[in-house]
Structure formats: C-alpha cells, structure tokens
Write a protein that binds this ligand. Sequence first.
Ligand SMILES: C[S@@+](CC[C@H](N)C(=O)[O-])C[C@H]1O[C@@H](n2cnc3c(N)ncnc32)[C@H](O)[C@@H]1O
Length: 268
Amino acid sequence: MPETAEPGVAAAARVYDYLLGGTHNYVVDREVAAQMLRAFPMAAVGARYNRELLRRMVQYLIGAGVRQFLDLGSGIPTVGNVHQIAQAEVPAARVVYVDYDAEAVELGRELLAGNEFATALRADLRDPDSVLRAPEVRELLDFSQPVAVLMISVLHFVPDDAEAVRVVRRYLEPLAPGSYLALSHLAPAEGRTGALQQETRRVYNETVAEKLAIRDRAQIGEFFAGLELIEPGLVPLPDWRPEDPDYVPDEEDAPRQVGLCAVGRLPG
Ligand SMILES: C[S@@+](CC[C@H](N)C(=O)[O-])C[C@H]1O[C@@H](n2cnc3c(N)ncnc32)[C@H](O)[C@@H]1O
C-alpha cells in the first residue's frame, strides 16, 4: 500500500487532490499532473465533474432511502465528502471510507474526529474479504439493511479485468436487497479515437504508483450484471441526473468524453 513517507513516487490520491485544487500533494504529484494535463487537458475539469457526480449520486441515494455508504477508494478528503453530503440530509447516515493511501486515511480520520457515524479504514479494496470483515465496517454498517457501495473513479486503478469484476461481485454478495452500486470509470470517448486517453494512460502508467485501465461501455456495464440500472443508465458523467433542467448533452462537451457512470440497484 502507498506510504506517505515515499513522496519520490506520485500517488493517485495526491494527483487527484491536486487536480481538484487541494493542498495535500507533493512536487512529484504536481509534475505528473502537469504531464497529464498536457496529454489530456480536460483532466482537471474531469476531476471536478467527477466530484459533482459523487454529490448528485449520494443525494439521489439518500432520496431513495439509503442510510449506509461504503465508499471504496474514497481519496483525500476535500470539499463535499460523502458524509457531509449524506449527513446534511440525514444526520445519522453512516459512512465508511476505504482507501489504501496512508495520507488519505489519516486526513479522513482527522476530519471525522467526533463523528460517531463515519469512519475511515486503510485497506486495499482488491481484498474485499478483509474490508468486509474489518471492525470499522462491521460496527458501523448493518448488512441486513440496504448499503450503497460507491466505487467512484477508482476501478480503473484495478487494471486486471477479471479481478475488477470479481472484486465488485464480492462486495455485492453480502448486501441486502435494495442495496446499490454507484460507479464512475474512465472510458474512451465514444465515437472518437480515444487517442487522448491512451496518452493519459501512458503518462500515468509510467509515473504513478497505480496502473490505469480504461474500459469501454461493455466492460463497465459488466460490473452491473444482475442489478437494475437506475435512469438514465450508463452515461457520460455530466448526463447523469444533471441539476440544470435545461441541460442538453453536447457531443463536443469535453467532460462528456472523460468517462461513464451509473447507479444500479440490487432487486428485491
Ligand atoms: C481518483 S481518486 C477518487 C476519489 C473519490 N472516490 C472521488 O471520486 O472523488 C482514487 C482513489 O482510489 C484510491 N485507490 C486506488 N486503488 C486502490 C485500492 N486498490 N484500494 C484502495 N484504494 C485505492 C487512491 O488512493 C485514490 O485515493
């Protein structure tokens, strides 16, 4: 797992923090972010759209009656974290943050001090059994009631396709009917060459601790097998339940080319 004491290598959590305008990053992370922005200028806008999407998804889930969240690959706490969005509506909403980045978890714990309904766990999400057995998860989440598993902008850091599918399945196994999976994922711009994303992947794979997998619509759709997709289905990030009632999808809109996202519900 990445250690804070090793700033010689960039880390996904800190590169993302920098792209969002945060301060928890090092020179090495900023250099990678600069390279990424040269290859993929919409990366910073994409990160902000992703964060906006997270807020809309959590608000939707709270509106749908969900009171428990397992946020996998939660990142360095920044503006609009899941517990802040959820607990603004329902103060007793429960949130377990999981990240393998030491700094993300340490900062998360500081932010959550005194919050009895939210906690941060340092773990590798590719080991679902350890996460699901962790005392933080068992004590805070009641698996007889619906839980929303959030995998927002994280599964592309699990480059092995079979492992990514297996990991998602395992998290869904113990969930009660009416639970949800909410996910966003880097995807090639549909109807385009995807050359920009390939370049981003090259920069990332050469410089950041995590390797990057960009998956297409069919591969991302596979994560939702057996789930009912909530309207509007698997769509570019800005198209998922936009707040602006006059929103019209625009093929040329750069943030629409960053990735795909969906929310699925376990039937029952
Ligand atoms: C791009 S950030 C996304 C943060 C947040 N979910 C969001 O959308 O705003 C990805 C996060 O996933 C974490 N991550 C990547 N691979 C992971 C793994 N195998 N286990 C746990 N965390 C992981 C990184 O440390 C980073 O904090």
